[in-house]
Design a protein. Sequence first.
Length: 293
Amino acid sequence: MPTDGPEGTPPMTDSDDTIARLDRACAAIRSRHAQAPVLGIVAGSGLGAIGELVEGGVAIPYGDIPGMPVPTVVGHSGELRCGRIAGLPVAVLSGRIHRYEGHPLESVVFGVRLLARLGASAALLTNAAGGIRPWLGPGCLCRIVDHLNMTGENPLCGPNDDRLGPRFPDMSQVYDVELGARMDRAAAAASVTLHHGVYAMMSGPSYETPAEVRMLGTLGAAVVGMSTVPEAIALRHMGVRVAAVSVVSNAAAGVKDALLDHSEVKEVANEAGPRLLSIIEALADSLNRTPLS
Ligand code: HPA
C-alpha cells in the first residue's frame, strides 16, 4: 500500500528498498540544500546545541524528510541541520532514534545511512552515557575507542544490499584512528580534557543493575549507554570513517550510592555541552584545513 510522503515528495511503497528510501530522502534534502556534507554529526541526548554551531544552512524537521523516523524521547528535537561549522560542510542530526522506543534497527540507522548517502565521508556520533570507571564522573568527555555490543542485535541482519556495503564488514577498527587523533588534538587545542574508553551498549530503557555494571567493567567497558553502536556498525558497513564521544551524565549504577535519574542527562549536557562544542569546532576547522588522508 502506498503511503503519502511529506508534501511535494512521491508516496512510499512497500516494495521500496533501503537505497530507494535513502535516495528519496536525499532528494528532499538536496532540493533545500545542495552542498554535500563532509562530516555528519549525530547530537545525543541533551546535546541539540551542536546543531546551533551550524552556520548559513537550513534546518529540516525529520517530518519533512520522507522515510525518516521521528524520535519520541524528551531532549531529542528531531531536525537535520545542513550548513557549515568552521567552514566545513556538515550535516547534523539533532535527535536520534533508539531501539528501546520500539523502532526496528533498520529505522534506528536510517539517519546515519542518510548522512553517508548525502556524501559524508566521516561521522561524529555523540551520546550521553554512564561512567563505569571511577574517574569518569558526570561532565567528563570520553572518546570511544571501541565498543561492546551487549544487545544481541545487529543492524546488518537480514538480506545484505551489496550497494551499501559487504555482507561481512570488518569491525577491527570501527573508530577511525586518524580521525580520533584529530579529535584528541582538537580537544588539546580547545584546552578540554578528553578521556578514552570502550563503550558498552545495553538495550535499555531500564538502566543497568550494579551487577551488570560490574560485568561490563570486567569486560573492559569504561562507559555504558543505549545508542551509538548500531549507527557505528551501519556507517562502517558503508565505509564511513567514524569517531564517537560520550558525555558522562552519571556514575553508572552501583559505582556511587546515588540512584539514577534521567533528568541528570539534560543538566549535565548543559554543563558539558560547551566543552564538547569547542572540540567539534576545532575538529571541523582541522578537517577543513587538512582533509583526512
Ligand atoms: N546507563 C545507560 N545509558 C545511559 C546511562 C547509564 O548509566 N546514562 C546515560 N545513558
